[in-house]
Design a protein around this ligand. Sequence first.
Ligand code: SF4
Length: 196
Amino acid sequence: MARLFDLHAPLPKSKGALTSCAASLTPEARPGDYAQAVMDLGATICTPKLPRCGLCPWHDICAARKAGTAAELPKKLPKLKKPTRFGTAYVARRNDGAVLLEKRPERGLLGGMLGWPGSEWRETLPEAIPPISADWVEAPGEVRHTFTHFHLRLRVMVAKVDGLQTNQKFTAAEDFCPADLPTVMRKIWSTAAAET
Ligand code: SF4
């Protein structure tokens, strides 16, 4: 559509305009066949890198071909480099195998999901306060995870605790299933396991 209408606004901002252009061409009769034909055209003739205008059934009406701009369309905004954030996660395990998990705040990333206590995730490693007093040991390696808008690198602190020393609510071993955790929290658990 960007080429057919010679639209130079970059994606993804131009998506709405491109959708309108596509809708304006969709026939009432056999719209499914039309959509399939357009997809086939995009996959075989008007490909992203190499438009083959000489073979194209839209050759005579295509605005970009007439303007000589087909090769430079569709335009895209340059990808922004993702920032990296840092943080600390704490994995406390009781002698009977129970673990200290917390429910994350409803709002925000991984909202309402179970996770390990820890610091905020910032662009420089923020100060971290352990959830309980214990002999915390840093696990070897770090956890790396990529979210849509940033990379995350976490150091993982691990402690074995005596069940009597804290009144924090632990999750019993039989109720803890790592598969129930979001991916980044599972990675933390795997890294912690190397130390415990
Ligand atoms: S004429 Fe060229 S640029 Fe235009 S739709 Fe066909 S292949 Fe694409």
